[in-house]
Ligand binder design. Structure first.
Ligand SMILES: Cc1cc2nc3c(=O)[nH]c(=O)nc-3n(C[C@H](O)[C@H](O)[C@H](O)COP(=O)(O)OP(=O)(O)OC[C@H]3O[C@@H](n4cnc5c(N)ncnc54)[C@H](O)[C@@H]3O)c2cc1C
Length: 428
């Protein structure tokens, strides 16, 4: 039994015989699958909190009305955790983590599970500001079920937040005949994720999809009759849904492990929590070191899908273990448009456009701030946002995932007639 401590010296750990995976979502399921795929024949325990098998979250918004039920990962990815793990407890959330020199112990709502190593895959929880308790959310299959039964033609739906999920849901609900208003505190949609300049280019999509978008509208409180804005205005609604972001579901780890200001576990490129050789983290709860993009916050489906494999390789000491090969990748289908963001924009990245918004597919290139705001010459590209060009995603993803900073000849890169690949500059 491990002696509880809050700090364990960093020391090599021999190949574990027992692993507990906390979190039965995408990253947790992929971790269980990777353990078995790499020949781990020790004991695997999986702890979940929702009482249902792992399912895929992106369809909850995009396919809210077209897929009336969860997309189970056992069917979608062929990952059947019940068959792969020895002990699957889908409604037994972890409450505390104890770390000792000889092992770890996860204290659950009804037990204490000891193991040689733990993989934390607890994902994220939606942010609910104070005064917003009367609001609905869209994060779980149960949330989606409740929303499906509430949606009807003529429903006055107010969505707080024009982020990824708010935009996706707005389009789906308006398509089903709801009267949808989106209230966004910033002066453009998706400005936190894509920057104000690019976000402003998306604002017209709302009206085109029959959705009323109000920017600069800060919501102070939500009640059964609607929302109250910071300036005192009351906006009536039959249903209010808050979609203002998510944060790591790590509250129960405070004091046991170091958390960054967002509550994320900052891990190395293999998913290791530095200084804690028996503790690993994957998916939304982790901010992971990347050789090109620096520390990449979780929150993206692609990371939860791909990162468990290199993490499990490192945990098992499998030959050739390495982490962080692929570029960050977020996708979204919203308001009749298709978005893909490859890479990680810097907060102050200058942006240049390839193609013309409103005239078919276009892209935004987020440049390395160190190169200034040049529109010709060679510049580093931190991220590429592709709009309505799904067929280009694979190629751009490969360019961004070469393991070195992407440098493009901008004169060529900004010519939509040329493929981006043709603009790659020789290494400086
Ligand atoms: C509506 C919606 C749409 C999305 N669309 C996109 C998209 O289009 N593109 C994209 O890139 N990303 C999208 N995402 C984000 C994406 O789904 C997540 O990045 C991904 O699910 C992360 O996987 P995860 O396994 O880390 O976390 P999760 O999927 O959140 O799974 C974590 C699991 O751990 C459980 N858990 C939490 N705490 C505990 C505990 N203490 N003990 C045990 N279990 C616990 C949770 O209940 C949950 O089941 C979307 C998310 C939502 C909600």
């Amino acid at each position: 039994m491990p002696e509880p401590t809050t700090a364990t010296p960093s020391q090599p750990v021999s190949r574990p015989r027992t692993v507990v995976v906390v979190g039965a979502g995408l990253a947790g399921a992929q971790t269980v699958a990777a353990l078995r795929a790499h020949g781990f024949d020790g004991r695997v325990t999986l702890l979940g909190a929702e009482g249902v098998p792992p399912y895929d979250r992106p369809p909850l918004s995009k396919e809210l009305l077209t897929r009336p039920g969860p997309v189970w990962l056992s069917e979608d990815l062929g990952v059947d955790v019940e068959a792969l793990a020895d002990d699957v407890r889908l409604a037994e959330p972890a409450r505390a983590l104890e770390l000792g020199p000889d092992g770890v112990a996860v204290v659950t709502s009804r037990d204490r599970v000891e193991a040689d190593a733990v993989v934390l895959a607890v994902g994220s929880v939606p942010v609910v500001p104070p005064g917003f308790d009367a609001s609905a959310l869209l994060h779980t299959a149960a949330d989606a079920e409740a929303l499906r039964s509430a949606l009807r033609p003529g429903l006055r739906l107010v969505i707080v937040g024009a982020g990824w999920i708010g935009a996706e849901l707005a389009g789906v609900a308006a398509g089903a005949g709801a009267e949808v208003t989106v209230l966004e505190a910033a002066d453009a949609p998706l400005s936190r994720q894509l920057g104000r300049e690019v976000g402003a280019r998306l604002a017209g999509w709302y009206a085109d999809a029959g959705v009323r978008l109000r920017t600069g509208a800060a919501v102070a409180a939500v009640d059964d009759t609607g929302v109250r804005l910071a300036d005192g205005e009351h906006v009536p609604a039959d249903l209010v849904l808050t979609a203002v972001g998510a944060r790591p579901a790590s509250g129960w780890l405070a004091g046991a492990l170091p958390l960054d200001p967002r509550g994320a576990l900052v891990v190395d490129a293999d998913g290791r929590v530095p200084g804690h050789p028996r503790v690993w983290a994957v998916g939304d709860v982790a901010s992971r070191a990347h050789p090109v993009f620096g520390t990449v916050p979780g929150g993206h489906w692609s990371a939860a899908l791909h990162d468990p494999d290199p993490t499990v390789r490192a945990l098992l000491g499998v030959e050739g273990a390495h982490g962080g090969g692929h570029a960050p990748y977020v996708f979204s289908q919203q308001l009749g448009h298709d978005l893909a963001l490859l890479g990680l924009p810097a907060a102050d990245s200058p942006v240049v456009l390839r193609g013309t918004p409103g005239e078919g597919p276009w892209a935004a290139l987020y440049l390395d701030p160190a190169d200034g705001a040049a529109t010709d010459g060679v510049a580093g590209v931190r991220a590429v946002l592709l709009v309505d060009s799904p067929r280009d995603v694979g190629g751009v993803r490969r360019l961004m995932s070469r393991g070195e900073p992407l440098r493009l000849d901008l004169a060529r890169a900004l010519d939509p007639a040329l493929r981006l690949k043709a603009a790659v500059a020789d290494p400086a």
